[in-house]
Ligand binder design. Sequence first.
Ligand code: PAF
Length: 273
Amino acid sequence: MRETSKRHLSKGKTIGLVPTMGALHEGHLSLIKRAKSENDIIVASIFVNPIQFGQSEDLDKYPRDMDGDMAKLKGEGVDILFMPEVKAIYPEGFSTYITVKDLSDKLCGAFRPGHFTGVATVVCKLFNIIVPTRAYFGQKDFQQTAVIKRMAEDLNMDIELIICPTIRESDGLAMSSRNAYLNPDERNAATVIYKALKTSSELIKSGNTNPAGIKKHMHDMLTAEPLISEIQYAGVYNIDTLDELNEFNKQNLLAIAVKIGNTRLIDNMPVEF
Ligand code: PAF
């Protein structure tokens, strides 16, 4: 892979990387479209990264659709699919991990210990192997983008990171490979996440509230949905540090993580004054 990249780079070509774990949906395809509009060569990676899953998480049943994914990548005109085996990425004796302190422990990190170390480590490896000019990530995984940005800055990585808007279903549900786990009733219930974010953003814009009021509003809406089995977090956060806010800033992040049945779903919405 690296030899192929170096050959393209030596001819002055740019390489756009879209890292994924497969089970591709319109959100991934929007990243590929953006990458295509800005680079000469497009690489998509598919690697279900075992080290970013906790012991009780869904690694074994994570959705896989190799034939469907390949057809979609072909349809989008992706030049190279990088799809390594686990033992190629983590050979025996592998012992180097990247931890982005502080940012990794908040929000999702508090419920998924070690998750962002797994993400940062594999993304660093993908960057080293593929040597992209630009790499594309979805804003739906807001904390992931914050961790990767921090890592790239702290470790002087010469890669431009492009964060692309969340792609939603027509009823607002953020696209996610994990939506495939939802049965029809759960899928219906999941729309409450976007509704809670949207109505919160409207309340903030109407000027008549504070972060505690928004948090209560979100929790009230989420609690009223009987199929939500757990609210992991819901509230207003500092868009840079991800700390919970007592007062609004110019830019704020509304963020939610819930479980519907056994399926963990996240979403977020930046709100600017
Ligand atoms: O967002 C994902 O699909 C994964 O976390 C990533 C960035 C491909 C790393 O495994």
